[in-house]
Design a protein around this ligand. Structure first.
Ligand code: NAD
Ligand code: WQD
Length: 337
Protein backbone atom coordinates (compact mmCIF):
# COMPACT_ATOMS: atom_id res chain seq x y z
CA UNK A 1 0.00 0.00 0.00
CA UNK A 2 1.72 3.18 -1.17
CA UNK A 3 1.90 5.93 1.45
CA UNK A 4 0.97 9.38 0.12
CA UNK A 5 1.58 12.64 1.97
CA UNK A 6 -1.44 14.91 1.50
CA UNK A 7 -0.66 18.50 2.48
CA UNK A 8 -3.83 20.48 3.17
CA UNK A 9 -5.62 17.14 3.52
CA UNK A 10 -8.15 18.54 6.01
CA UNK A 11 -9.30 21.15 3.48
CA UNK A 12 -12.14 21.04 0.97
CA UNK A 13 -10.48 19.29 -1.98
CA UNK A 14 -7.84 17.53 0.15
CA UNK A 15 -10.38 15.75 2.37
CA UNK A 16 -12.34 14.42 -0.61
CA UNK A 17 -9.08 13.26 -2.17
CA UNK A 18 -8.15 11.40 1.02
CA UNK A 19 -11.40 9.42 0.66
CA UNK A 20 -10.66 8.55 -2.97
CA UNK A 21 -7.02 7.66 -2.22
CA UNK A 22 -8.19 5.26 0.48
CA UNK A 23 -10.80 3.75 -1.86
CA UNK A 24 -8.08 3.21 -4.48
CA UNK A 25 -5.81 1.35 -2.03
CA UNK A 26 -3.41 4.15 -1.13
CA UNK A 27 -2.45 5.04 2.44
CA UNK A 28 -2.89 8.81 2.86
CA UNK A 29 -1.01 10.70 5.58
CA UNK A 30 -2.39 14.17 6.25
CA UNK A 31 -0.43 17.30 7.15
CA UNK A 32 -2.48 20.43 7.72
CA UNK A 33 -2.03 23.44 9.98
CA UNK A 34 -5.84 23.86 10.18
CA UNK A 35 -5.52 27.53 9.14
CA UNK A 36 -8.60 27.09 6.93
CA UNK A 37 -10.12 23.84 8.16
CA UNK A 38 -11.27 22.01 11.24
CA UNK A 39 -10.04 18.94 13.03
CA UNK A 40 -13.66 17.69 12.86
CA UNK A 41 -12.99 16.84 9.20
CA UNK A 42 -11.04 13.83 10.48
CA UNK A 43 -14.24 12.49 12.11
CA UNK A 44 -16.04 12.79 8.79
CA UNK A 45 -13.20 10.93 7.07
CA UNK A 46 -13.35 8.22 9.72
CA UNK A 47 -17.12 7.79 9.28
CA UNK A 48 -16.84 7.53 5.49
CA UNK A 49 -13.83 5.20 5.34
CA UNK A 50 -13.78 3.49 8.76
CA UNK A 51 -10.16 4.56 9.07
CA UNK A 52 -8.33 6.94 11.40
CA UNK A 53 -5.80 8.55 9.11
CA UNK A 54 -2.42 9.62 10.40
CA UNK A 55 -2.67 13.38 10.91
CA UNK A 56 0.05 15.95 11.61
CA UNK A 57 -1.06 19.43 12.62
CA UNK A 58 1.97 21.15 11.15
CA UNK A 59 2.85 24.03 8.86
CA UNK A 60 4.32 23.17 5.46
CA UNK A 61 6.55 26.24 5.75
CA UNK A 62 8.43 24.48 8.52
CA UNK A 63 11.41 22.60 7.15
CA UNK A 64 11.82 20.96 10.54
CA UNK A 65 8.21 19.73 10.60
CA UNK A 66 8.31 18.34 7.05
CA UNK A 67 11.66 16.62 7.60
CA UNK A 68 10.36 15.07 10.81
CA UNK A 69 7.26 13.73 9.01
CA UNK A 70 9.27 12.22 6.13
CA UNK A 71 11.63 10.64 8.66
CA UNK A 72 8.96 9.35 11.00
CA UNK A 73 6.79 7.90 8.20
CA UNK A 74 9.85 6.42 6.54
CA UNK A 75 8.32 5.30 3.25
CA UNK A 76 6.30 8.13 1.74
CA UNK A 77 6.20 7.46 -2.00
CA UNK A 78 4.29 10.44 -3.36
CA UNK A 79 2.93 13.83 -2.35
CA UNK A 80 -0.22 15.78 -3.20
CA UNK A 81 0.28 19.43 -2.32
CA UNK A 82 -3.03 21.19 -1.61
CA UNK A 83 -1.82 23.39 1.26
CA UNK A 84 -2.13 27.04 0.25
CA UNK A 85 -4.16 30.17 0.89
CA UNK A 86 -6.79 30.70 -1.80
CA UNK A 87 -8.74 33.94 -1.30
CA UNK A 88 -8.12 36.14 -4.34
CA UNK A 89 -9.22 39.40 -2.67
CA UNK A 90 -7.22 38.74 0.49
CA UNK A 91 -4.14 38.13 -1.65
CA UNK A 92 -4.42 41.68 -3.03
CA UNK A 93 -4.52 43.09 0.51
CA UNK A 94 -1.86 40.79 1.98
CA UNK A 95 0.39 39.69 -0.88
CA UNK A 96 3.30 38.64 1.32
CA UNK A 97 1.08 36.15 3.15
CA UNK A 98 0.42 34.53 -0.22
CA UNK A 99 4.01 34.55 -1.48
CA UNK A 100 5.16 33.09 1.83
CA UNK A 101 2.47 30.46 2.24
CA UNK A 102 1.94 29.39 -1.36
CA UNK A 103 5.40 29.77 -2.89
CA UNK A 104 7.37 29.33 0.34
CA UNK A 105 5.64 26.11 1.36
CA UNK A 106 6.18 24.61 -2.11
CA UNK A 107 9.92 25.33 -2.02
CA UNK A 108 10.16 23.88 1.49
CA UNK A 109 8.25 20.80 0.39
CA UNK A 110 10.33 20.24 -2.77
CA UNK A 111 13.50 20.55 -0.68
CA UNK A 112 12.26 17.90 1.74
CA UNK A 113 11.11 15.62 -1.09
CA UNK A 114 14.56 15.86 -2.66
CA UNK A 115 16.23 15.13 0.66
CA UNK A 116 14.10 12.04 1.28
CA UNK A 117 14.11 10.77 -2.32
CA UNK A 118 10.37 11.24 -2.94
CA UNK A 119 9.96 11.87 -6.65
CA UNK A 120 6.29 12.14 -7.52
CA UNK A 121 4.16 15.22 -6.90
CA UNK A 122 0.63 16.26 -7.74
CA UNK A 123 0.17 20.01 -7.44
CA UNK A 124 -3.03 22.09 -7.10
CA UNK A 125 -2.99 24.73 -9.78
CA UNK A 126 -5.91 26.72 -11.10
CA UNK A 127 -7.67 27.85 -14.26
CA UNK A 128 -6.95 31.34 -12.95
CA UNK A 129 -3.61 31.07 -14.82
CA UNK A 130 -5.54 31.50 -18.11
CA UNK A 131 -7.05 34.85 -17.06
CA UNK A 132 -9.62 36.00 -19.65
CA UNK A 133 -8.99 33.50 -22.45
CA UNK A 134 -8.86 34.55 -26.11
CA UNK A 135 -10.44 31.29 -27.24
CA UNK A 136 -12.78 28.77 -25.67
CA UNK A 137 -12.57 26.09 -24.51
CA UNK A 138 -9.11 26.54 -23.03
CA UNK A 139 -6.54 23.86 -23.73
CA UNK A 140 -3.28 23.41 -21.88
CA UNK A 141 -1.64 25.24 -24.80
CA UNK A 142 -3.78 28.33 -24.27
CA UNK A 143 -1.55 31.19 -23.17
CA UNK A 144 -0.96 31.84 -19.49
CA UNK A 145 -2.03 35.48 -18.99
CA UNK A 146 -0.48 38.05 -16.65
CA UNK A 147 -2.03 37.31 -13.27
CA UNK A 148 -4.55 39.81 -11.94
CA UNK A 149 -3.94 38.90 -8.29
CA UNK A 150 -1.00 37.81 -6.15
CA UNK A 151 -2.90 34.53 -5.56
CA UNK A 152 -3.02 33.86 -9.31
CA UNK A 153 0.63 34.75 -9.67
CA UNK A 154 1.62 32.30 -6.89
CA UNK A 155 0.07 29.49 -8.96
CA UNK A 156 2.09 30.56 -12.02
CA UNK A 157 5.30 30.79 -9.99
CA UNK A 158 4.69 27.39 -8.38
CA UNK A 159 4.03 25.77 -11.76
CA UNK A 160 7.29 27.24 -13.06
CA UNK A 161 9.26 26.21 -9.97
CA UNK A 162 8.05 22.61 -10.32
CA UNK A 163 8.75 22.59 -14.06
CA UNK A 164 12.29 23.88 -13.47
CA UNK A 165 12.85 21.36 -10.70
CA UNK A 166 11.68 18.49 -12.93
CA UNK A 167 14.01 19.70 -15.70
CA UNK A 168 16.96 19.72 -13.31
CA UNK A 169 16.20 16.34 -11.77
CA UNK A 170 15.06 13.86 -14.42
CA UNK A 171 13.87 11.39 -11.80
CA UNK A 172 11.32 13.88 -10.50
CA UNK A 173 7.87 14.03 -12.11
CA UNK A 174 4.81 16.07 -11.40
CA UNK A 175 1.24 16.61 -12.48
CA UNK A 176 0.16 20.26 -12.44
CA UNK A 177 -3.61 20.10 -12.20
CA UNK A 178 -5.40 23.24 -13.29
CA UNK A 179 -8.73 22.99 -11.52
CA UNK A 180 -11.71 24.85 -12.91
CA UNK A 181 -14.45 25.66 -10.34
CA UNK A 182 -14.70 22.89 -7.72
CA UNK A 183 -18.11 22.67 -6.03
CA UNK A 184 -20.30 20.14 -4.22
CA UNK A 185 -19.54 17.81 -1.35
CA UNK A 186 -19.24 14.12 -0.60
CA UNK A 187 -22.65 12.47 -1.21
CA UNK A 188 -22.61 11.20 2.40
CA UNK A 189 -22.70 14.86 3.57
CA UNK A 190 -20.01 13.94 6.10
CA UNK A 191 -17.40 16.22 4.53
CA UNK A 192 -17.72 19.36 2.39
CA UNK A 193 -16.60 22.94 2.07
CA UNK A 194 -16.24 24.92 5.32
CA UNK A 195 -15.83 28.59 4.40
CA UNK A 196 -14.77 30.82 7.28
CA UNK A 197 -16.95 33.96 7.38
CA UNK A 198 -18.90 35.13 4.34
CA UNK A 199 -18.05 32.90 1.36
CA UNK A 200 -16.34 34.45 -1.66
CA UNK A 201 -17.42 31.65 -3.96
CA UNK A 202 -20.79 31.31 -5.63
CA UNK A 203 -22.03 27.89 -4.49
CA UNK A 204 -21.39 28.19 -0.74
CA UNK A 205 -23.00 31.64 -0.92
CA UNK A 206 -26.03 30.10 -2.59
CA UNK A 207 -26.37 27.29 -0.03
CA UNK A 208 -25.88 29.66 2.92
CA UNK A 209 -28.50 32.03 1.51
CA UNK A 210 -30.97 29.20 1.00
CA UNK A 211 -30.26 28.05 4.57
CA UNK A 212 -31.08 31.53 5.89
CA UNK A 213 -27.53 32.32 7.00
CA UNK A 214 -27.23 35.13 4.40
CA UNK A 215 -30.01 37.51 3.44
CA UNK A 216 -29.51 37.63 -0.29
CA UNK A 217 -27.18 36.56 -3.06
CA UNK A 218 -25.96 39.24 -5.45
CA UNK A 219 -25.35 38.12 -9.03
CA UNK A 220 -22.26 40.02 -10.02
CA UNK A 221 -23.13 41.53 -13.39
CA UNK A 222 -25.77 40.68 -16.01
CA UNK A 223 -24.46 42.60 -18.99
CA UNK A 224 -21.57 40.33 -19.92
CA UNK A 225 -21.31 39.10 -23.50
CA UNK A 226 -22.94 35.74 -22.70
CA UNK A 227 -26.39 34.33 -23.59
CA UNK A 228 -28.04 35.46 -20.32
CA UNK A 229 -25.54 38.24 -19.50
CA UNK A 230 -23.98 36.47 -16.49
CA UNK A 231 -20.49 34.97 -16.27
CA UNK A 232 -19.75 31.44 -17.42
CA UNK A 233 -17.62 28.92 -15.53
CA UNK A 234 -16.81 25.20 -15.65
CA UNK A 235 -18.17 23.82 -12.35
CA UNK A 236 -16.69 20.47 -11.41
CA UNK A 237 -17.93 18.14 -8.65
CA UNK A 238 -15.26 17.86 -5.95
CA UNK A 239 -15.55 14.04 -5.97
CA UNK A 240 -14.70 13.93 -9.69
CA UNK A 241 -11.82 16.32 -9.02
CA UNK A 242 -10.58 14.13 -6.15
CA UNK A 243 -10.56 11.11 -8.47
CA UNK A 244 -8.38 13.03 -10.94
CA UNK A 245 -5.68 13.11 -8.24
CA UNK A 246 -5.76 9.32 -7.89
CA UNK A 247 -5.50 8.94 -11.67
CA UNK A 248 -2.59 11.40 -11.71
CA UNK A 249 -0.70 9.50 -9.03
CA UNK A 250 -1.25 6.19 -10.82
CA UNK A 251 0.21 7.70 -14.00
CA UNK A 252 3.20 9.13 -12.12
CA UNK A 253 3.90 5.77 -10.46
CA UNK A 254 3.59 3.86 -13.73
CA UNK A 255 6.30 6.16 -15.14
CA UNK A 256 3.91 6.93 -17.98
CA UNK A 257 4.63 10.59 -17.48
CA UNK A 258 7.99 12.31 -17.24
CA UNK A 259 8.76 15.84 -16.16
CA UNK A 260 5.97 18.24 -15.33
CA UNK A 261 2.64 17.62 -17.06
CA UNK A 262 -0.02 20.32 -17.10
CA UNK A 263 -3.60 19.07 -17.13
CA UNK A 264 -6.93 20.88 -17.15
CA UNK A 265 -9.39 19.36 -14.71
CA UNK A 266 -12.83 20.48 -15.78
CA UNK A 267 -16.02 19.10 -17.28
CA UNK A 268 -15.75 20.90 -20.62
CA UNK A 269 -19.17 22.50 -20.03
CA UNK A 270 -19.73 26.16 -19.26
CA UNK A 271 -22.65 27.27 -17.08
CA UNK A 272 -23.77 30.79 -16.30
CA UNK A 273 -24.43 32.14 -12.81
CA UNK A 274 -28.18 32.18 -13.53
CA UNK A 275 -28.06 28.58 -14.76
CA UNK A 276 -26.38 27.57 -11.51
CA UNK A 277 -29.06 29.39 -9.49
CA UNK A 278 -31.93 27.87 -11.47
CA UNK A 279 -30.45 24.37 -11.34
CA UNK A 280 -30.04 24.77 -7.58
CA UNK A 281 -33.69 25.79 -7.26
CA UNK A 282 -34.83 22.84 -9.39
CA UNK A 283 -32.87 20.12 -7.61
CA UNK A 284 -33.47 21.35 -4.07
CA UNK A 285 -36.97 22.83 -4.34
CA UNK A 286 -35.63 25.95 -2.58
CA UNK A 287 -36.48 29.44 -3.80
CA UNK A 288 -33.33 31.51 -3.73
CA UNK A 289 -33.42 35.17 -2.73
CA UNK A 290 -31.12 36.86 -5.22
CA UNK A 291 -30.74 40.18 -6.98
CA UNK A 292 -28.83 41.35 -10.00
CA UNK A 293 -25.95 43.62 -9.03
CA UNK A 294 -22.85 45.27 -10.47
CA UNK A 295 -19.87 43.37 -11.83
CA UNK A 296 -17.24 42.18 -9.35
CA UNK A 297 -13.89 43.77 -10.28
CA UNK A 298 -11.44 41.28 -11.75
CA UNK A 299 -14.02 38.67 -12.80
CA UNK A 300 -13.39 36.78 -16.02
CA UNK A 301 -16.37 36.82 -18.41
CA UNK A 302 -16.26 33.20 -19.51
CA UNK A 303 -13.92 30.27 -19.06
CA UNK A 304 -14.33 26.53 -19.44
CA UNK A 305 -11.95 23.67 -20.06
CA UNK A 306 -11.11 21.49 -22.96
CA UNK A 307 -10.61 18.27 -20.95
CA UNK A 308 -9.37 16.19 -23.92
CA UNK A 309 -5.79 15.95 -22.68
CA UNK A 310 -6.58 14.55 -19.23
CA UNK A 311 -8.96 12.06 -20.84
CA UNK A 312 -6.26 10.96 -23.26
CA UNK A 313 -3.39 10.78 -20.74
CA UNK A 314 -5.17 9.58 -17.60
CA UNK A 315 -8.42 8.16 -18.95
CA UNK A 316 -10.21 10.49 -16.51
CA UNK A 317 -13.35 12.42 -17.21
CA UNK A 318 -16.00 14.11 -15.12
CA UNK A 319 -18.95 11.83 -14.43
CA UNK A 320 -21.10 13.93 -12.12
CA UNK A 321 -23.35 16.76 -13.27
CA UNK A 322 -23.94 20.30 -12.09
CA UNK A 323 -27.25 19.06 -10.63
CA UNK A 324 -25.41 16.32 -8.68
CA UNK A 325 -22.95 18.83 -7.29
CA UNK A 326 -25.63 21.33 -6.24
CA UNK A 327 -27.73 18.59 -4.62
CA UNK A 328 -24.69 17.38 -2.66
CA UNK A 329 -23.68 20.93 -1.69
CA UNK A 330 -27.21 21.51 -0.33
CA UNK A 331 -27.22 18.19 1.55
CA UNK A 332 -23.91 19.19 3.15
CA UNK A 333 -25.25 22.65 4.06
CA UNK A 334 -28.31 21.06 5.69
CA UNK A 335 -26.07 18.70 7.69
CA UNK A 336 -24.38 21.73 9.33
CA UNK A 337 -27.58 22.90 11.02
P1 NAD B 1 -8.87 24.77 1.56
O1 NAD B 1 -8.51 26.06 2.19
O2 NAD B 1 -10.16 24.14 1.93
O3 NAD B 1 -7.72 23.69 1.82
C1 NAD B 1 -6.38 24.05 1.99
C2 NAD B 1 -5.89 23.42 3.26
O4 NAD B 1 -4.52 23.71 3.44
C3 NAD B 1 -6.62 23.93 4.52
O5 NAD B 1 -7.07 22.83 5.28
C4 NAD B 1 -5.56 24.74 5.27
O6 NAD B 1 -5.74 24.66 6.65
C5 NAD B 1 -4.31 24.06 4.79
N1 NAD B 1 -3.09 24.90 4.79
C6 NAD B 1 -2.94 26.15 4.27
N2 NAD B 1 -1.67 26.56 4.43
C7 NAD B 1 -1.00 25.55 5.06
C8 NAD B 1 0.33 25.37 5.47
N3 NAD B 1 1.25 26.32 5.31
N4 NAD B 1 0.66 24.21 6.07
C9 NAD B 1 -0.26 23.24 6.26
N5 NAD B 1 -1.54 23.35 5.88
C10 NAD B 1 -1.90 24.50 5.28
O7 NAD B 1 -8.78 24.98 -0.02
P2 NAD B 1 -9.20 24.01 -1.20
O8 NAD B 1 -10.35 24.63 -1.89
O9 NAD B 1 -9.28 22.62 -0.73
O10 NAD B 1 -7.94 24.21 -2.15
C11 NAD B 1 -6.87 23.29 -2.18
C12 NAD B 1 -5.87 23.75 -3.21
O11 NAD B 1 -6.50 23.86 -4.46
C13 NAD B 1 -5.24 25.11 -2.93
O12 NAD B 1 -3.89 25.04 -3.33
C14 NAD B 1 -6.01 26.04 -3.83
O13 NAD B 1 -5.25 27.16 -4.19
C15 NAD B 1 -6.27 25.14 -5.02
N6 NAD B 1 -7.42 25.52 -5.83
C16 NAD B 1 -8.64 25.67 -5.22
C17 NAD B 1 -9.73 26.05 -5.98
C18 NAD B 1 -11.08 26.26 -5.34
O14 NAD B 1 -11.91 26.96 -5.93
N7 NAD B 1 -11.37 25.66 -4.19
C19 NAD B 1 -9.59 26.24 -7.36
C20 NAD B 1 -8.34 26.07 -7.94
C21 NAD B 1 -7.25 25.71 -7.16
C1 WQD C 1 -18.14 32.17 -9.84
C2 WQD C 1 -19.10 33.08 -10.56
C3 WQD C 1 -18.91 35.41 -9.95
C4 WQD C 1 -20.26 34.99 -5.85
C5 WQD C 1 -12.47 31.79 -7.97
C6 WQD C 1 -11.02 32.20 -8.06
C7 WQD C 1 -10.28 31.21 -8.91
C8 WQD C 1 -10.49 29.78 -8.43
C9 WQD C 1 -11.94 29.47 -8.23
C10 WQD C 1 -8.72 29.14 -6.96
C11 WQD C 1 -18.46 34.39 -11.00
C12 WQD C 1 -20.25 34.84 -9.56
C13 WQD C 1 -19.90 34.74 -7.14
C14 WQD C 1 -21.43 35.77 -5.60
C15 WQD C 1 -21.80 35.90 -7.98
N1 WQD C 1 -9.90 29.56 -7.15
N2 WQD C 1 -20.66 35.17 -8.19
N3 WQD C 1 -22.15 36.18 -6.69
O1 WQD C 1 -14.40 33.81 -9.44
O2 WQD C 1 -14.73 31.84 -10.99
O3 WQD C 1 -13.00 31.75 -9.26
O4 WQD C 1 -12.56 30.48 -7.41
O5 WQD C 1 -7.85 28.96 -7.75
O6 WQD C 1 -8.95 31.57 -8.86
O7 WQD C 1 -10.97 33.49 -8.64
O8 WQD C 1 -15.37 31.62 -8.57
O9 WQD C 1 -17.23 31.03 -7.13
O10 WQD C 1 -16.10 33.27 -6.80
O11 WQD C 1 -17.49 32.90 -8.81
O12 WQD C 1 -22.49 36.29 -8.91
O13 WQD C 1 -21.80 36.07 -4.46
O14 WQD C 1 -20.14 33.46 -9.65
O15 WQD C 1 -19.04 36.70 -10.47
O16 WQD C 1 -19.03 34.72 -12.22
P1 WQD C 1 -14.39 32.37 -9.63
P2 WQD C 1 -16.53 32.20 -7.72
Amino acid sequence: MKKILVTGGAGFIGSHTVVELHAAGFDPVIVDNLSNSSVSVLDGLQKITGKNFTFYQEDCNSEYALNSIFEKEGNIEGVIHFAADKAVGESVLFPLKYYRNNVGSLVTLLTAMQKYGVRDLVFSSSCTVYGEPDQLPVTELSPVKPANSPYGFTKQVCEQAITDFCAADKDFSAALLRYFNPIGAHPSALIGELPIGAPNNLVPFITQTAAGLRDQLTVYGNDYNTPDGTCIRDYIHVVDLAKAHVSSLNALFSSASQGATVLNVGTGKGNSVLEVIHTFEEVTGQKLNYKLGPKRPGDVEKVYADPARIKEILGWDARLTLADALRDAWKWQCSLR
